[in-house]
Design a protein around this ligand. Structure first.
Ligand code: ZN
Length: 422
């Protein structure tokens, strides 16, 4: 039996593992799993099925009687309902959630090796220090203390795969938690917020459209079908009808850096040469909507515009096309790449208040980066983003977390343990 390493030592072990999105998160899962098991948690490793990724769920069930009747330890202001859903008492306990994948280091100029944790000037440098191995390292290192507590509420640690690309790990996780009968009331998602309780962020939605036309020598224009023209028509429509509409009609929330929903066609590839009618054009668009904006109706509008253009393209196929195979394939197709829910909390909402009572800073500010927390909110939990490190450090070269932030997170998670303790 090995003893659990300190938070700092475990963080350094996690950073040394390459869990960038292509590599998968499994090495990190395999590091944490035995530590959580040895601490006494009920541990579930839920493989994605690709041999490279798994969700990790560690449950410390309530072991000290009825949660609703139990007092909150040292948190008189919190009351016994800190981790109980007032509308659904079957939801109880707290989920400490995060992801174990990291963004790649490709093309970045690091001062020191990104997978060799290095301390300089009160900071720990390395890929994933801020986003977001620190939170999960600290939570796991405190597992023996969670296990030793007389818990009136369950504590669940969950680590997901592929947050940085699709958030599909978290989407799987909410179904897996339901299947396991794990229904936390509150989720603390440990993305870097400098230990502020960030209550809300916009949704983040990515769609691609492919336009298939007919290549021809540009001097023989009537025998081709130009896809850039249709892609441009779509682009103009999207910006005028959807994006300008967000700006004109709202909704608006001044707590965001940009108070309305935004978006754009941000990539467009088409054509091969100036003397060739472009046969294919691919475009990529995103929109980030305020969390109260329903995403599906917007996706539906985009889909019907693509259908309209698809029909127009098919109607425009020439009678003697330069390429008969391409002529049969003409059209436009929409691919919904990912729709990531916004998080729709307030600074005085349940999860944010709970985090503040446990030592997180209050934040009126809402943010524009996406997290998994909206997925947990949609699954019925009160969710808030609260974690060590600065989002400004995430994803770039020389990513770091301040050691002071690690201490604050450790204090915060100790307060969580105190709050569930009888
Ligand atoms: Zn992250």
């Amino acid at each position: 039996m090995t003893s659990t390493p300190s938070p700092r030592a475990l963080l350094e072990q996690l950073i040394a593992l390459d869990t960038t999105s292509d590599s998968g998160n499994l090495p990190a899962v395999e590091l944490l799993q035995p530590l959580l098991e040895e601490a006494g948690a009920q541990v579930h490793v839920l493989p994605r099925g690709d041999g490279k990724n798994a969700n990790l769920v560690a449950v410390f069930p309530a072991n000290a009687g009825d949660s609703a009747a139990a007092p909150a330890h040292d948190l008189s202001a919190a009351g016994p309902g800190l981790f109980t859903d007032p509308e659904d008492p079957s939801r109880r306990g707290v989920l400490l959630a995060g992801h174990l994948d990291c963004v790649p280091v490709t093309g970045q100029e690091w001062t020191t090796d990104p997978f060799t944790p290095t301390e300089r000037d009160g900071r720990l440098y390395g890929r994933g220090t801020a986003d977001m191995k620190s939170y999960l390292a600290i939570a796991t290192a405190l597992a023996p203390e969670i296990a030793a507590a007389k818990r009136t509420q369950p504590v669940v640690i969950a680590a997901t795969w592929e947050e940085e690309t699709t958030c599909n790990g978290a989407r799987d996780l909410v179904g897996q938690l339901e299947e396991l009968g794990i229904r936390p009331a509150v989720a603390f998602v440990g993305e870097p917020t400098s230990m502020r309780a960030v209550p809300a962020h916009k949704s983040m939605n990515v769609l691609h459209v492919d336009f298939r036309g007919i290549a021809a020598h540009s001097s023989l224009l009537p025998r081709g079908l130009n896809t850039i023209r249709y892609a441009a028509e779509f682009t103009e429509w999207f910006h005028t009808e959807i994006i300008d509409g967000f700006r004109a009609d709202g909704p608006f929330d001044e707590a965001y850096p940009v108070a309305w929903s935004t978006g754009g066609v941000n990539r467009l590839d088409g054509g091969i040469a100036v003397n060739t009618v472009p046969m294919s054009t691919h475009l990529e668009l995103e929109f980030r909507a305020l969390p109260q904006v329903e995403v599906q109706p917007i996706v539906d509008r985009i889909a019907s515009k693509v259908e309209e253009i698809d029909a127009a393209m098919k109607a425009a196929v020439p009678e003697d096309p330069a390429d008969t195979t391409a002529a049969k394939n003409v059209g436009a197709t929409l691919e919904v790449v990912s729709l990531l829910y916004g998080l729709d909390g307030e600074a005085d909402g349940h999860a944010a208040r709970a985090a503040q009572l446990l030592g997180a800073d209050r934040s009126e500010e809402k943010v524009t980066y996406g997290t998994e927390s909206g997925i947990y909110e949609h699954a019925g939990m009160a969710a808030v983003v609260v974690g060590p490190g600065d989002i400004g450090q995430a994803h770039g070269a020389d990513e770091f977390v301040a050691l002071e932030q690690l201490e604050r997170c450790e204090d915060f998670l100790r307060n969580v343990i105190g709050a569930v303790s009888a």
